[in-house]
Design a protein around this ligand. Structure first.
Ligand SMILES: *[C@@H]1O[C@H](CO)[C@@H](O)[C@H](O)[C@H]1NC(C)=O
Ligand SMILES: *[C@@H]1O[C@H](CO)[C@@H](O)[C@H](O)[C@H]1NC(C)=O
Ligand SMILES: *[C@@H]1O[C@H](CO)[C@@H](O)[C@H](O)[C@H]1NC(C)=O
Ligand SMILES: *[C@@H]1O[C@H](CO)[C@@H](O)[C@H](O)[C@H]1NC(C)=O
Ligand SMILES: *[C@@H]1O[C@H](CO)[C@@H](O)[C@H](O)[C@H]1NC(C)=O
Ligand SMILES: *[C@@H]1O[C@H](CO)[C@@H](O)[C@H](O)[C@H]1NC(C)=O
Ligand SMILES: *[C@@H]1O[C@H](CO)[C@@H](O)[C@H](O)[C@H]1NC(C)=O
Length: 474
């Protein structure tokens, strides 16, 4: 007689077998599970432990901040012995902010959810970023990001699409009511670090920005899904900030602010710190951002932004495509920007450049610090249901120069302005662009540039890491 088992029955059989096979069966309630998984990463690790080895409980209620700290403190001893990996099993793991270590991987099982604590005391304060001079929400310190690291090397945060839920409503509410004493935390922030990989995760409801590498070198962000309500405040997706050699690939972002916001410090603080974001690649990004940009350059760009290459971008229902935001007082530059292959569906502005973005850290900014915006290249794009083709506003006496737009066809929305382009204080050329551009961007036969040689970040070595872990489960 054939026996057909339902999925539930199969699960029960496995469950019971696990209990019977367990060699460490405490009161019949805790049993060992064996899990195998593999993934690709910049480095594999010699040692793996589960956060449950350090007392963590994945019931969604127990606070696990101390368990994460104990686990990572313990594993940090293995940095020079092949490195270590912390495995987070299926469950809902409530935690406050914790710090990472070097030569370390945080791996979230596909059914693991890190739940950010709603207790403000679980978020210690750290100093404002030197390149900003102050916090963005409030003048003083900042709440440490949920997952934080500084002065590290060789760090991987990954999983089989496991979830990090920032439970941001508490913070959004405080922001809207003007009750924030300090700047809101981010979900992931790494400072002064190199060789970083953040991949195969889902990030939900961040209190503010989602992924913030700052003063970093060699950063890969890959296959990340970022979701936040489109009306949530400042829930930017990925913000490379004063970083060199960064790659953002295959990400899907729906958020209340810019999907990718490239930055490098604010006014006199950013000028003094002087660290640009450069050699940045963005590929295969899908973005929905009804109130913001798909890719924003600035507005904090006082350390400079250069050599940014974006290709194969899909923008849906977003306010603008690539947007340059700056102001007098910023200083710095945005130059050598290349965008190729972008499909836009329902946009307010396909192209937007803003020279009077305002918002200064304090009144000590230098009124003579003019930003330099030059060599901006956009090509091979199509748009449909676009309200305005372009709004390009440079700075009086400081025009944005070397703008090139070629092979771009924008279908306008039924309700659209009579003049689809508005341009002031900009210089450049266009070719094969529909609808017809403004007079400041006359026609030429030039196909806009896109560099052929690859950047160093595209040549980093990737390994396949295979692991089997046995851990205790309740
Ligand atoms: C932490 O590391 C030490 C080795 O330094 C090890 O003996 C100990 O068992 C570890 N603690 C836990 C809870 O795994
Ligand atoms: C995390 O790192 C920061 C910066 O080094 C430090 O101020 C803080 O005390 C660390 N937190 C913990 C819990 O170790
Ligand atoms: C981290 O690196 C920066 C820049 O090199 C340095 O100024 C800072 O003191 C370092 N911080 C720590 C905690 O080592
Ligand atoms: C990570 O995501 C990529 C692209 O979606 C996929 O090919 C790969 O299998 C994923 N890896 C893991 C470990 O889930
Ligand atoms: C990861 O999970 C998110 C949220 O459930 C889902 O939208 C996305 O498609 C998943 N990605 C992959 C590669 O499975
Ligand atoms: C123009 O752009 C489209 C994508 O929008 C691309 O498929 C096509 O090859 C481009 N044409 C030329 C001549 O480069
Ligand atoms: C076109 O854009 C408008 C907003 O400007 C939106 O309401 C409408 O649904 C869009 N139409 C299509 C066909 O996507």
């Amino acid at each position: 007689m054939a026996i057909f088992l339902s999925k539930l029955q199969i699960k029960l059989v496995i469950f019971i077998s696990l209990i019977l096979l367990s060699n460490n069966n405490v009161n019949g309630r805790r049993y060992h599970i064996t899990d195998s998984f593999d993934y690709t990463a910049i480095s594999c690790r010699a040692h793996t432990a589960s956060v449950t080895d350090f007392g963590a409980v994945g019931d969604g209620e127990t606070v696990n901040t101390a368990a994460f700290k104990a686990a990572i403190d313990n594993l940090s001893q293995l940095a020079t012995d092949g490195g270590s990996q912390l495995f987070v099993p299926p469950g809902r793991w409530l935690t406050g902010s914790f710090n990472l270590t070097s030569h370390f991987t945080l791996y979230l099982h596909q059914d693991a959810v890190l739940l950010a604590s709603q207790d403000v005391d679980e978020w210690p304060l750290i100093d404002p970023l030197p390149s900003y001079g102050r916090g963005r929400d409030a003048a003083g310190g900042r709440y440490t990001s949920l997952i934080f690291g500084t002065n590290l090397t060789d760090v991987v945060i990954t999983g089989g699409n496991g979830t990090i839920d920032g439970q941001g409503d508490l913070w959004w509410d405080k922001f809207h009511k003007g009750q924030l004493q300090y700047t809101r935390p981010y979900l992931i922030e790494l400072m002064y670090s190199d060789n970083i990989q953040i991949s195969n995760l889902t990030l939900l409801n961040s209190p503010s920005w989602n992924v913030h590498p700052v003063y970093c070198n060699n950063v890969v962000v890959q296959s990340i899904t970022i979701l936040a309500p489109v009306n949530s405040p400042n829930t930017d997706g990925i913000n490379p900030d004063s970083c060199t050699n960064t790659k953002i690939e295959d990400c899907y972002i729906v958020s209340g602010d810019d999907c990718v916001a490239v930055k490098s410090g604010w006014d006199q603080y950013g000028i003094a710190f002087g660290m640009p974001t450069k050699q940045l690649v963005i590929r295969r990004l899908t973005c929905i951002s009804p109130t913001s940009a798909v890719i924003a350059l600035g507005s904090e760009m006082s350390g400079g932004i250069e050599d940014v290459r974006a290709e194969d971008i899909l923008a849906i229902n977003s306010e603008s495509g690539v947007r340059i935001k700056t102001a007098v007082g910023r200083g710095g530059y945005v130059k050598d920007i290349y965008v190729k292959g972008m499909t836009m569906k329902t946009m307010k502005w396909a192209f937007w450049m803003t020279g009077n973005y305002g918002s200064h850290p304090d009144d000590k900014y230098d009124p003579n610090a003019y930003p330099v915006i030059q060599n901006i290249n956009y090509r091979d794009m199509v748009g449909e249901n676009v309200t305005m083709a372009a709004r390009l506003e440079g700075i009086v006496g400081d025009p944005f120069t070397g703008i090139c737009i070629s092979n771009v066809t924008l279908g306008l929305a039924p309700k659209t302005k009579k003049v689809p382009w508005t341009c002031t204080d900009v210089e450049g050329v266009t070719s094969d662009v529909v609808p017809q551009p403004c007079n400041l961007l006359p026609q030429s036969s030039k196909k806009c540039d896109f560099p052929l040689e690859s950047l160093a970040i595209d040549n980093i070595e990737i390994q396949t890491c295979s692991h089997t872990i046995k851990y205790l489960q309740k």
